[in-house]
Design a protein around this ligand. Sequence first.
Ligand code: ZN
Length: 410
Amino acid sequence: MQNIGPLTEFLNSQMPAALEMLRQMVGINSFTANPDGVNRLGRFTAECFAPLGFTAETVPSTNRQWGDHLVLTRRGRSARSIALISHLDTVFPPEEEARNNFHWQPEGDRIFGPGTHDIKGGSVMIWLVLAALRTYAPEVFEDITWKLIWNSSEECFSPDFGDVCRAHFDRETQAALVFESEGRAGKERRLVVARKGRGTWRVAVSGRAAHAGGKHGHGANAIVQLGQTLQRVAALTDYARDLTVNVGTICGGTVLNRVPHEAVAEGEFRTFTPEVFAHARAGLLALAGRGEVRSPADGYACEVKVEILTECRPWPRNPGTDGLYGVWKQAGDELGMPMNCEDRGGLSDGNLLWDAAPTLDGLGPWGDNDHCSERSPDGAKLPEFVDVSTFVPKAVLNTAAILKLCNASK
Ligand SMILES: [Zn+2]
């Protein structure tokens, strides 16, 4: 891309339409557990992309309490295909939006509102990039098959979305581009090239109840056992290997004059590589069995049960992702945009897709305070926002990088 002046100008001219699109998207509550809102946003999104030649298909979520996934397709002349990935849902229930008066609110360059950067701003970024490609690289736009896929329930770690994507990816899918917001360090833009996997677990202890006054020695105290087991759970954390094991909730016992017979704790673990993930999983499961807390009267032992409740595997550094990052980095160098990459702790759809097609994430605009809705008068608490001036430069970068990718693979 020799002269980006006209491209930048074109994108600037599209910004009023893009912001109107974003305003309407933010105005539709699409909390994961509000399927009507998620589906309404899906219909609106399909309408936004229809003028670019996309046809819509919806795929019901396997969890019927959630809305439908959305797949938009534009068939190209060649077998080459690129997938652009976003999600429809947000973490904000309608009541919370009302309670915190959390709505579309522009303030200078900044727009506050639910989903402004996670991820409705990313969805609008996809629209900007495709509009730019159609106008400035019609050959490429017509040649490639574009698959745009929205997860209805990303914020709840939708387990079926990876399968939905795999079923819709074409054989020659060159990239799965995820439009979560970019990272920033000073002036440096950061793209996401790895994400931690996450497992959730439950430890349940059953002991033996006894009267706390009359037969204390007959009891096997489940809470005391759980406390000891949880020390071992917490000790599995290993920062040197980027493994964190967090004890999140605990409950146990019923009344004060009873040796408690039950206690339960739940938590999660996260790490970047499949090997460490498997190690953590095995370490947790190994804590199951007979406990050391016993009834003093007859040696009756507490029983410790460990369950892995959910698992979302890590997205480790891999050659496919590194190759794509190299293309974006080169485009950034040519455009004079300082770029870097980062490994991120939170999950995204990238975790589900990196071994189905080369995957790169963080392609959305820049914003902050995602998943926050509160605002305090002193500004110590600010809700989610996106910075408007980050759309056009990022759209230029994404457009230039996609062209580079397509031209390299001809
Ligand atoms: Zn997101």
